[in-house]
Design a protein. Structure first.
Length: 368
């Protein structure tokens, strides 16, 4: 498991914005001071931009909070350096118009746009996985055509007959359009990612599992003549000492009541395969404090859906863990901590200066 899959040790360091209404000082507990208002989400993204993060995830959901694409348009005018990893759920917007939305954002951001493709059920519906995979792949095919060809000519099972000029949907990034990030552990999701996307995103797991997934996806992409990058969405708690970091992990869980109110179950993805897989890792491998390996704490998944693990330690320990992930093949990190602004500042002060940073939408096309 010591194989180094990256040519050089560098990474894109991203943060997370609270468009879904989950920012809080205590996990699993509603926080009236940090609701997902436009002002609060704007403050998070402006802080991340100022602190030197490369990218920031703007998630897509059907919860109280901010809608992704309109917020990204506003954020384009409030930021100067950071990329916006803007999540879009395929099927919500007619694909040629989605291409136009994305192209408009890309022009507003002067190329600082990356896109996170979401392949979940449309809000309010329970859909066949096969339908979702087909629809997702066809949407991506239409986006790719719109960004690289003179016309969209698409005859598929979901979108049966599209024939149109692509002049109105050309993005600012001329060499293929924004990078597409994608995550999912089902066989259908992995197939779509290997065939169509640029960065495969994972949630926290032990290093051996991450190594295995990277190897599997590299082989799968290779069958289509492709090379893809890998990203890790993970929380982080860093303090001057390991003891302080572990105490803070306990502090943010101190109001969590597993038998009472739990924000986790309000999320649409709380029963997704990826969330359930993280739960199994915690329940089968975790110690009494929910650590499943050194410095990987999975207790956060008891109170939060989606990403359920955190790197916990002092600056040297956190940096060493990130370096190990890079050596396995991770080139993009989407980090977060609670509360989001305060933890962004801790990480930026204690760890970020020691990481070799590089935006993938620049480096991927230069080096691969």
């Amino acid at each position: 498991m010591t194989e180094i899959r990256t040519k050089d040790r560098y990474c894109e360091v991203g943060w997370f914005d609270d468009l879904c209404g989950g920012d809080t000082a205590f996990l699993g507990w509603p926080d009236a001071e940090r609701t997902s208002t436009f002002d609060h989400c704007s403050d998070i993204i402006k802080v991340a931009d100022r602190l030197g993060y490369d990218n920031i995830l703007l998630p897509n959901s059907y919860m109280n909070g901010q809608e992704t694409i309109p917020f990204a348009a506003a954020a384009a005018l409030q930021t100067s350096r950071i990329n916006l990893l803007t999540a879009v759920r395929t099927g919500e917007i007619h694909p040629p118009m989605l291409a136009r939305h994305i192209a408009t954002l890309d022009h507003m951001l002067k190329g600082r746009l990356t896109v996170n493709i979401i392949n979940s059920d449309l809000p309010g519906l329970t859909e066949s996985p096969d339908l979702r995979y087909k629809r997702c792949e066809e949407v991506i095919q239409i986006l790719r055509q719109s960004w690289t060809e003179n016309r969209i000519e698409h005859k598929g099972e979901v979108y049966s007959n599209l024939s149109m000029d692509t002049g109105p949907v050309k993005p600012f990034q001329k060499n293929g359009g924004p990078l597409l990030y994608f995550g999912g552990i089902s066989p259908g999701s992995k197939e779509v990612a290997a065939k169509q996307c640029d960065v495969f995103l994972m949630w926290p797991e032990p290093e051996a599992a991450i190594h295995s997934t990277i190897g599997e996806m590299s082989v799968l992409a290779g069958r289509y003549g492709r090379t893809i990058d890998f990203g890790l969405r993970i929380h982080v708690i860093v303090r001057e000492t390991e003891q302080e970091a572990r105490q803070y992990a306990k502090h943010i869980m101190s109001r969590f009541d597993p038998s009472g109110f739990n924000l986790k179950h309000k999320a649409q993805d709380s029963q997704s395969a990826g969330v359930l897989r993280q739960d199994r890792v915690r329940d089968t491998m975790g110690d009494a404090d929910d650590f499943v390996e050194p410095h990987l704490w999975m207790g956060i998944g008891r109170a939060r859906s989606g990403c359920g693990g955190a790197i916990v330690g002092n600056p040297a320990q956190v940096l060493a863990k990130l370096n190990r992930y890079m050596d396995l093949g991770i080139r993009a990190f989407i980090l977060s901590g609670y509360p989001l602004i305060e933890e962004a500042e801790y990480f930026a002060r204690l760890v970020l200066p020691h990481l070799p940073q590089a935006k993938l939408n620049v480096l991927q096309r230069r080096l691969i």
